[in-house]
Each structure stands twice: as structure tokens, then as C-alpha cells.
Design a protein around this ligand. Structure first.
Ligand SMILES: Cc1ncc(COP(=O)(O)O)c(C=O)c1O
Length: 398
């Protein structure tokens, strides 16, 4: 379930931290449910996509191409052709971010071979070689990571595309990682990318853009984390270190998680409760709906909604004590584990809610073990529940 009020509050906080003329794009990979992407359209964000699939979702949600940026390590020739075709048809993407020299060569080959087309603006994904304070699996700006280009490769990629018809180098793209617990690596990454951009701008005056990616954290409430405003406060000093005429004039962010995570609740039903050197509770939702705990050891708070078949209010002590429980998902993998939580008395059929599941849950879900996708419901600000996506069907599996 997605709480629309919370979605709006999160978007407003990001917008206040990075006001116009910042270009703000929602990273659709965080949540690709069309109805939710659609809600973001009206909140002052464009869309950032990594595939034609996400591009289609963004279009369907109401974003025109001029508000869509396309980046990602997985772009195929067909993706590149589609981006060129959109420019040729007079509806160019806001930009395409080049991931590697191989990709730059392919794009040049396709641009040169194809029919005449309009202009496609290009950013170049820079790997700044910094080590962010986050889970190793979420640190993508390290020197050995598979993402982006070294400064030398960026220079070479620009040289490759600069004479190709209809391709215009516009700037640098970087993203150092997700769930950034401190701002240091983000700041260092931006400093390095600004220096590279300044160098390029000396030769190409159109090279005016810096997209600093996403990464703003959403952690359990008892873990300290910098908010978007804290990140934004770093930017003026960083820009001041670059000479006026070499500074980017267009700045962009592409957050995902911070916009949608807190708004999401994954509701599960208890299947089994038993003693296994402590209480073990097994739910009917798990890693096929929310893979983050199994993938990164992420912790999501779990709260009881009903206890022994009756609504449970954790603020009313009279309703009974909470006690530790080891919570597990229903998948045939022992890594499908949701952590230790303090929960009320539970029996089969009781409901719990897993919190902060609006990001990287639905978009990373699978039908493993033959389990159709869970339905998506929006909680509107007037309290109405609206079905945004039906539960998947067993008839469409396999
Ligand atoms: C290039 C890029 N930009 C933006 C994001 C969004 O990151 P987050 O959801 O942490 O804001 C990601 C996430 O992986 C990414 O790879």
C-alpha cells in the first residue's frame, strides 16, 4: 500500500532542498508501478529511466520525452536506436547518459548510419572512484565498480561522439551509491566530476550540465541519516571552487528511494507461529515481494496490525505485551529472513505491516516459487483505498 500523503511530503522535502532551476528526475527503478510514477509527474519531477521498459512506463504515466532522462549500464543497440528515433521524430529525450566507450561507439555508428535526425543531448557517466559510506552492494562509484567511465574514458567518449551527426555532448552524470549514510563520498564525487566538467567546458561551451544522481538515504527511524537538505547545503561551496565560466549552468538530481520508500507498506498475513529457540513467525510475504533484506541485509521495521484476530493498537498497552519474534518469509530459501522484531501475540491469519517498502520492493519483485505479484493499493489523502494494480494471476505464470 502506498500512502499518497507521505509521497507528496517526501517529494516536497526534496523539492525544497533542490528547488528550481534544479532538474529533478524520479529514478523509476525505485518504484515502477505506473500509478505511482504517475503521481510523481505532478510533484515537480521528471523521470529517469534505464530501459525501454521503464521509458514506456514513464510515457504511460504522462511524462513527455523532454522530461525523461535515459541512463544505465544495460542499454542495448535497440535502446540507443529508440533514443535516436525519438530525436529524429522531433521528441528528443532530455538526455541520454553514455555508460562506456563501447556504447559511445555503437551510438556513433547508429547515428551515422541512420536517417537524418534532430539533436540528442548526451551526458557521460563518470565513475569518480570514491568509497561511499553504505552497503558494499550499493556503492557504485568505487574505482572497481562496473559503472561509468574514468576521466580519461569520458574524454575519449566525448571525442568519439562530437563529430557524429545529431549528437551533442552536454555534461557529466554521476551517481556514487544508494543509502548514503554520510555526505563525504557524495561531495568528493561531485568535486571530481566538476573538475572534469570544467576541463571539458573549456573546449565545448555547450558542456553545461552536471547530474549528481540519487542516493539520499531512508533508514530505520533509530539510525541517523542526512536528509536531502543536508546534501544540498554542500553544493554552493563545491561550485564556488570552479571558475565562473567553467561552472555547469544546469544541475540535476535523480533520486529514487527518498521519494517513495517511506510511503510504502507491505501488508502480510501470518502463516505459522512456532517455537524454535524463541518465537518464529512466518509470513505470506517475503523475498519475492521485498528482496532487500535477503540481498543487502536491509532492515525494515515490522508492526502488528491485528493480534489473535483482533485489530491491534500498539499505543494501547492494555492490548497485551509485545515480545521478540524472528520473522521469516514464505520462500523456499533460508535467506528469506526479515529480522527480529517485537510483535504482539500472533496466530495464523493475523496481519502485519512491513514499513518503508515503497522503494526497490515492487520494482524488484519476482514470481519465484510460483507466487503472483502482490496487488498495489493507494491510500488517498481522503482515506479512500484505490486499487492501482491488481494481484498477479496464477494463470499467467510459467
Ligand atoms: C544512476 C542512478 N541514479 C539514481 C539512482 C537512484 O538512487 P536512490 O534510489 O538511492 O536515490 C540509482 C540507483 O541505483 C542509480 O543507479
Amino acid at each position: 500500500m502506498t500512502d499518497v500523503d507521505e509521497l507528496v511530503r517526501s517529494a516536497e522535502a526534496v523539492r525544497a532542498a533542490f528547488p528550481d532551476p534544479w532538474i529533478r528526475s524520479f529514478s523509476v527503478k525505485a518504484n515502477d508501478v505506473s500509478a505511482i510514477v504517475g503521481r510523481v509527474t505532478g510533484l515537480g519531477f521528471g523521470a529517469n529511466v534505464v530501459s525501454r521498459g521503464e521509458w514506456t512506463v514513464a510515457r504511460r504515466a504522462g511524462f513527455p520525452n523532454k522530461f525523461i532522462t535515459f541512463e544505465g549500464i544495460g542499454k542495448t543497440d535497440e535502446d540507443l536506436r529508440a533514443a535516436l528515433r525519438a530525436s529524429r521524430d522531433g521528441a528528443p529525450l532530455r538526455w541520454l547518459a553514455i555508460e562506456s566507450l563501447d556504447e559511445a561507439r555503437s551510438l556513433v555508428r547508429l547515428a551515422t548510419r541512420g536517417p537524418a535526425h534532430g539533436t540528442l543531448d548526451l551526458l557521460f557517466r563518470h565513475n569518480p572512484g570514491v568509497l561511499p559510506d553504505t552497503h558494499a552492494g550499493l556503492a557504485v562509484g568505487t574505482a572497481t565498480s562496473k559503472f561509468g567511465m574514468t576521466a580519461d574514458e569520458v574524454t575519449a567518449a566525448i571525442a568519439l561522439v562530437v563529430d557524429a551527426p545529431g549528437l551533442r555532448p552536454r555534461g557529466i552524470h554521476l551517481h556514487v551509491g544508494s543509502q548514503l549514510r554520510s555526505i563525504d563520498a557524495w561531495r568528493d564525487g561531485i568535486r571530481r566530476s566538476l573538475a572534469l566538467g570544467a576541463l571539458m567546458r573549456g573546449t565545448w561551451p555547450d558542456f553545461d550540465t552536471l547530474d549528481v544522481g540519487g542516493g539520499f538515504p531512508v533508514l530505520p527511524e533509530d539510525e541517523p541519516a542526512p536528509d536531502p537538505a543536508r546534501f544540498a547545503r554542500e553544493v554552493p561551496d563545491l561550485l564556488a571552487q570552479v571558475p565562473d565560466d567553467r561552472r555547469p549552468t544546469r544541475l540535476a538530481i535523480e533520486p529514487g528511494r527518498v521519494l517513495v520508500a517511506r510511503a510504502g507498506y507491505l501488508v502480510g498475513r501470518v502463516l505459522h507461529v512456532r517455537e524454535r529457540q524463541g518465537r518464529q513467525v512466518i509470513l505470506d510475504v517475503g523475498m519475492s515481494d521485498l528482496i532487500r533484506p535477503a540481498l543487502y541485509g536491509a532492515r525494515h521495521e515490522i508492526i502488528g496490525l491485528t493480534s489473535l484476530g483482533r485489530p491491534w493498537d500498539r499505543s494501547a498497552a492494555s492490548q497485551g505485551p509485545v515480545a521478540p519474534a524472528r520473522v521469516e518469509g514464505p520462500i523456499c530459501e533460508s535467506t528469506d529472513h526479515l529480522g527480529e522484531h517485537r510483535l504482539p501475540d500472533l496466530h495464523r491469519g493475523d496481519l502485519v505491516a512491513i514499513r518503508d517498502t515503497g522503494a526497490y520492493a515492487a520494482s524488484l519483485s519476482s514470481t519465484y516459487n510460483g507466487r503472483p505479484r502482490v496487488p498495489q493499493v493507494l491510500l488517498e489523502d481522503n482515506g479512500r483505498l484505490v486499487l492501482a494494480r491488481r494481484r498477479g494471476s496464477v494463470n499467467r505464470l510459467g
